[in-house]
Design a protein around this ligand. Structure first.
Ligand code: SF4
Length: 345
């Protein structure tokens, strides 16, 4: 089977050219055409025929297929992608002022089994390859160019779709290298955010291998026992240990670690929960996203009322921690946080 071109980062591509005695200048031209131009225009650059023939003969250029597209009332777009082995994954485009953030999946299903998450109910089927991760971005961009011309501006990338990105570290890292490459999509490093439930083997590699990329940590409770219920891997990688690794991550000026906090009615939404979170994060480069729980079929949790949500935030405000209540987008097409589950479509 031919290797996917989209599994190559820039240095892999240079290496392939070198090993096959091909002109090294083809690397920049090919990367530029596939990622910057997104093959939208003719590749007019001066590239040796021998290089083109080599890639045509030895690599495949296929991308995940768009199976279905659901557009929400608020213009959020949810894609169901079909992969070569017929597995499916979901990707979400979230609009803000004619620009978009893209929420990428990193695995088919997820092994973390979080009790509040629709994806977690699937279990892990397999890791995505780099080409399947990058392919979500390219296909979503092309869909925008065709269906919302002039709006094909995807400026933020968040790994918050299906899967635990740090559990598929190598493919996610290589996808980020392609996104960051000046010859690739050249997304700014501060525009990429990777979310983790607290997978310590990945966090251990973070400092050395993901410098500058934003980290979002799914906190959801400051108490180990409640966290054990919400995020079962907390039993293996307890919160207090996870926080020591997160505290070691160098954070630049004006950069924050984002702490995601899913607010669940009568479970983790009390003033005591908020005070404990405040005490835990006060003085750190922390930013808290409060996410009112998004229900999905079969879930036994509920969303607190608005008054309770605001009171929770007021407690955190006293600790002077920047806190945002994140209003869900795309809820009507089950595209909000924790609602993705390709299997149930
Ligand atoms: S919340 Fe994230 S880590 Fe947890 S099961 Fe869902 S996809 Fe996996």
């Amino acid at each position: 089977m031919k290797r996917s071109f989209y599994d190559l980062n820039y240095s892999d591509l240079q290496m392939v050219l070198k090993q096959n005695d091909l002109n090294h200048t083809a690397a920049a031209i090919l990367f530029n055409w596939h990622y910057k131009e997104k093959e939208n225009v003719q590749c007019n650059e001066n590239i040796a025929k021998s290089s083109l023939v080599f890639f045509q003969n030895n690599f495949n250029f296929s991308l995940p297929e768009i199976d279905t597209v659901q557009e929400s009332n608020d213009r959020t777009v949810k894609f169901l992608f079909k992969l070569k082995d017929n597995h499916t994954i979901e990707t979400v485009l979230i609009p803000f002022h004619n620009k978009y953030s893209i929420c990428l999946s990193s695995q088919v299903g997820c092994a973390m089994n979080c009790s509040f998450c629709f994806t977690g109910q699937q279990g892990l089927r397999r890791n995505l390859t780099t080409s399947e991760i990058v392919g979500q971005f390219l296909q979503a961009w092309r869909w925008l160019a065709k269906n919302r011309p002039g709006e094909e501006r995807i400026l933020n990338i968040v790994f918050m779709g299906q899967g635990e990105p740090l559990h598929n570290f190598d493919s996610v890292k290589k996808a980020c290298e392609i996104f960051l490459s000046k010859y690739g999509t050249s997304i700014a490093v501060r525009k990429i955010t990777i979310s983790t439930a607290g997978y310590i083997p990945g966090l251990k590699r973070w400092c050395r291998e993901m410098p500058g990329v934003n980290l979002a940590f799914s906190l959801h409770s400051p108490f180990e026992e409640k966290r054990n219920e919400l995020i079962p891997i907390n039993k293996k990688y307890p919160l207090n240990e996870v926080l020591t690794y997160i505290d070691e991550i160098p954070v630049k000026k004006k950069q924050f670690i984002t702490y995601e906090y899913l607010l669940i009615k009568d479970f983790n939404d009390s003033a005591d929960d908020a005070k404990k979170v405040g005490a835990m994060l006060a003085g750190k480069s922390a930013y808290i996203n409060l996410i009112p729980f998004n229900s999905f079929p079969g879930s036994h949790y509920e969303r607190p009322n608005w008054d309770k949500i605001e009171k929770f935030k007021e407690v955190l405000d006293k600790f002077k921690i920047p806190t945002l209540i994140r209003i869900a987008k795309g809820e009507d097409v089950l595209a909000a946080c924790g609602q993705l589950n390709s299997k149930a479509e």
